[in-house]
Design a protein around this ligand. Structure first.
Ligand code: AMP
Length: 506
C-alpha cells in the first residue's frame, strides 16, 4: 500500500520531527513509530488479522498510535469518538462485531476483549525488549478493508461504510496531487470517527508533516481555541464550512494571527460564497478548496479552487472529479443532459466496498464495469465541473404541496441582509408537517427583525413555503462540526432550547 509505505518510511526516518500535537503534548515521528511498532506486534500476536478492531477515544496521542497499529497490523479499524451516545456505541458494536476494543477512554463493552489505556501505555512504553517491535513494512492488498466508519442512516441506525486499502491509496495520491508542496503543519478539526479527518491524519503522516489536532473541549473555549490556532503554525486546515463560519464570527481569525495558514480544505457540507469571500478578505491569497463527497466514496471525489471570481457566483462549484473517478448525473434513472439537475452518481476507485449490513447496500452497484454509488445528492455538470444542490431527500409535503427545503433556504439567502438560513419542519405527533421554521443568521451590522424578513420573503414565495423566522447568531454544530440539523429540529419542535455558542466568546 503506497500511503502506508510512505508513513512507514517517515516513522523510521523522521526522528525528532514533530508528528502529532494534541493540547500542547507533542510527539515525534520516532516516538510515534515506537508506540505503533510495539502495539502492532502485540495486536498481531493476540488477535486475528483481517477482523475488525474498534478504537475508542477522542484525539489523544494514543488514538493516533492505535489507528496506525491497526493499519500496519492488517486490522480493519472502527474509530468511535468518546462523545458518541452510548446507545449509538452499542449499535455500532452490534453491527461491526469487533474482536477487540482499544479503549483509550473508559468503555463498558462486556464480552469483548478490551485493552484499557493503562494496558495500551504498558505495551507502548514498558513491555518490550525491542527485539520484535520494529514496524513491519506494510503489505496490504487493495481490496482489504482499511477502516469502517459509521455514518447516520435514514433508518435511524448508524451505517458502517467499509473503505478499502485501495480506496485510501487513491485518496492519498489525489491529496498529493492537490498539494504538490505539502504543508509542514496541518490543523485537524474533525473527530476521527468522521471521515473528514481522513483528509488530514493520513496525508499528514504520509507527508512527514505535523498533525495538529484541536480537541472538542478547546473548540468550545474561544480564547483557548484562538491561542491554540495561533501557536499551531498551521499551514493547511481541514474543516467544515460551519466551523469556519464560527471562527469567522471572531474578527481575530485573520492572517495577522495565523500568518502561516495558506490553504483550507473544506468538505462535508455546502460552502457558501459569503464564507469563502470573508476568508479571502481575512487571509489574502489563501487557497480555498471546496471538496465534495460522501463517506461511501472515501472522503471526497471532487474539488474546486475558490478564488475572487468564484465567490461572485450564487452557488460555488464543487469541482472536477479526482483521478480514477467519474461523475454522472441521472434523472429518473437515465443520464441527464449537460447542465440538467439530477442525482449525482459516483463511479470508480473511490467507491467503498459497501456497508457492513449488505441489505443496506442497494445504493452501491456496478456500471460499465466500475463500482458506483448513487449519492442521493442532487446536482449538475457544466463543462466537466460539478455543482451540488443538496439532498434529494430534503423534499417535504406541507398541506399537500411539495416543498424542497433548500428552495426556501436559497430564497431566504437571496434577501438583503441575510447571511445564512437553515430550514427545518415543525411536525405534529402523527408526523404531519405543521409548518416550516427557518433559523436565520444576519450579516454583521444588519438589524432587520424576524417580521421584516418574513414580509420580504412573502414577496418571493407562496404562503405555504414561508417559514416562521428565528434569528440566531450561529447554528448549533454536531460532533462533526457540521450544522446540527437534528438539534435545529428539536428546537423547532420545542423539545430543546437554543444555545447560541457564539455568545461563549469573550
Ligand atoms: P458525510 O458522509 O458525512 O461526509 O456527508 C456527505 C454528504 O455531505 C454528501 O452526500 C453531501 O450531501 C454533503 N456534502 C459533502 N461535501 C459537500 C460540498 N462541498 N457541498 C455540498 N454538500 C456537500
Amino acid at each position: 500500500m503506497i500511503l502506508l509505505g510512505k508513513i512507514w518510511k517517515n516513522l523510521r526516518e523522521k526522528g525528532e520531527t514533530p508528528a502529532y500535537c494534541c493540547e500542547g503534548e507533542r510527539i515525534s515521528y520516532r516516538q510515534l513509530g515506537q508506540w505503533t511498532g510495539r502495539l502492532c506486534a502485540y495486536l498481531k500476536k493476540n488477535f486475528r488479522q483481517g477482523e475488525a478492531i474498534l478504537v475508542y477515544g477522542h484525539k489523544q496521542p494514543m488514538m493516533a498510535a492505535a489507528l496506525l497499529a491497526c493499519a500496519f497490523g492488517g486490522f480493519p479499524f472502527v474509530p468511535v469518538d468518546q462523545a458518541a451516545p452510548f446507545k449509538r456505541i452499542k449499535a455500532i458494536l452490534a453491527s461491526a462485531r469487533p474482536q477487540a476494543v482499544l479503549a483509550v477512554e473508559h468503555l463498558d463493552c462486556p464480552g469483548i476483549a478490551k485493552l484499557s489505556l493503562e494496558k495500551l501505555e504498558k505495551i507502548c512504553l514498558e513491555e518490550s525488549d525491542g527485539s520484535d517491535t520494529q514496524l513491519p513494512y506494510p503489505k496490504r492488498s487493495d481490496d482489504e478493508i482499511f477502516y469502517i466508519i459509521y455514518t447516520s442512516g435514514s433508518t435511524g441506525s448508524p451505517k458502517g461504510v467499509r473503505v478499502t486499502c485501495g480506496n485510501l491509496d487513491s485518496f492519498g495520491s489525489w491529496m498529493t496531487e492537490l498539494f504538490p508542496n505539502p504543508p509542514a503543519v496541518i490543523i485537524n478539526q474533525a473527530a476521527f470517527s468522521f471521515d473528514l479527518s481522513v483528509a488530514d491524519l493520513w496525508p499528514a503522516f504520509a507527508w512527514g508533516a505535523e498533525e495538529y489536532v484541536i480537541c472538542r473541549q478547546t473548540q468550545k473555549n474561544y480564547p483557548l481555541l484562538f491561542s491554540r490556532l495561533e501557536h499551531s503554525r498551521g499551514e493547511l486546515m481541514v474543516t467544515t464550512p460551519s466551523f469556519a463560519s464560527l471562527l469567522l464570527a471572531d474578527k481575530s481569525f485573520c492572517k495577522t494571527r495565523l500568518p502561516d495558514l495558506n490553504a483550507i480544505f473544506f468538505c462535508g457540507e455546502s460552502l457558501s460564497p459569503i464564507t469563502a469571500r470573508k476568508l479571502l478578505e481575512r487571509f489574502p491569497g489563501i487557497r480555498i478548496l471546496n471538496a465534495y463527497g460522501p463517506t461511501e466514496c472515501t472522503v471526497a471525489v471532487t474539488s474546486a479552487e475558490i478564488g475572487p471570481k468564484e465567490v461572485q457566483l450564487p452557488l460555488l462549484p464543487v469541482g472536477k472529479p479526482k483521478t480514477g473517478v467519474e461523475i454522472r448525473i441521472e434523472k429518473d434513472g437515465i443520464p441527464a443532459v449537460e447542465g440538467e439537475m439530477g442525482e449525482i452518481v459516483i463511479l470508480g476507485d473511490s467507491v467503498a466496498a459497501g456497508y457492513t449490513a449488505s441489505d443496506l447496500s442497494h445504493s452501491f452497484g456496478i456500471q460499465d464495469g466500475k463500482r458506483c454509488y448513487h449519492t442521493g445528492d442532487m446536482g449538475w455538470l457544466k463543462n466537466g465541473v460539478l455543482y451540488c444542490a443538496g439532498r434529494r431527500d430534503r423534499q417535504v409535503k406541507i398541506r399537500g404541496y411539495r416543498v424542497e427545503l433548500q428552495d426556501v433556504e436559497k430564497n431566504l439567502q437571496a434577501l438583503p441582509g441575510v447571511e445564512q438560513a437553515a430550514v427545518v419542519c415543525q411536525e405534529a405527533e402523527d408526523g404531519r408537517i405543521l409548518r416550516l421554521v427557518a433559523f436565520v443568521i444576519l450579516r454583521p451590522g444588519e438589524n432587520r427583525t424576524e417580521a421584516e424578513i418574513r414580509a420580504l420573503l412573502a414577496h418571493r414565495l407562496p404562503d405555504y413555503m414561508c417559514p416562521s423566522i428565528r434569528l440566531v447568531k450561529a447554528f448549533p454544530l454536531n460532533e462533526n462540526g457540521k450544522c446540527d440539523w437534528e438539534q435545529l429540529k428539536e428546537i423547532a419542535n420545542g423539545r430543546s432550547d437554543f444555545k447560541d455558542h457564539s455568545d461563549d466568546r469573550e
